[in-house]
Design a binder for this molecule. Structure first.
Ligand code: ZN
Length: 124
């Protein structure tokens, strides 16, 4: 796993996008149809350029941990990854901070569930 801690600017925008989905493929048995993945990724690109997403990101709040971060540090995340059949719909796309993004990328799905549970306990 590459050490990101030295990077001031984590490449959230386009550079990180494909890698994120590929990793999800790797940890999950289910593989969506490549044509479906291409289509949903294209839809995600369009959504990312939309006013809806700009407004969403402008709140600066991470969907998962609830922390407020600079809007430019929020990345677009699919609740259900495209590779697992998730769609690029407004209901499936959330803003996600650097830390949660990194966690989600490095954890197995079951570990990610635990992480989210831990976060919600902290909120209470
Ligand atoms: Zn977060």
């Amino acid at each position: 796993m590459p050490d990101m801690s030295e990077n001031e600017e984590f490449p959230f925008e386009d550079a990180n996008w494909d890698g994120l989905e590929e990793f999800t493929d790797f940890v999950d048995d289910f593989r969506a149809d490549p044509a479906f993945i291409r289509k949903e990724k294209e839809k995600a690109r369009q959504l990312r350029a939309s006013q809806w997403w700009k407004n969403r990101r402008a709140t600066g709040i991470c969907y998962y941990c609830g922390r407020k971060v600079p809007p430019r540090e929020l990345t677009m995340d699919h609740l259900v990854p495209i590779a697992r059949g998730g769609r690029s719909s407004k209901g499936n796309i959330v803003p996600c901070c650097k830390e949660c993004n990194t966690q989600k990328n490095t954890m197995l799905p079951v570990e990610w569930e635990e992480y989210l549970k831990h976060l919600s306990e902290k909120h209470d």
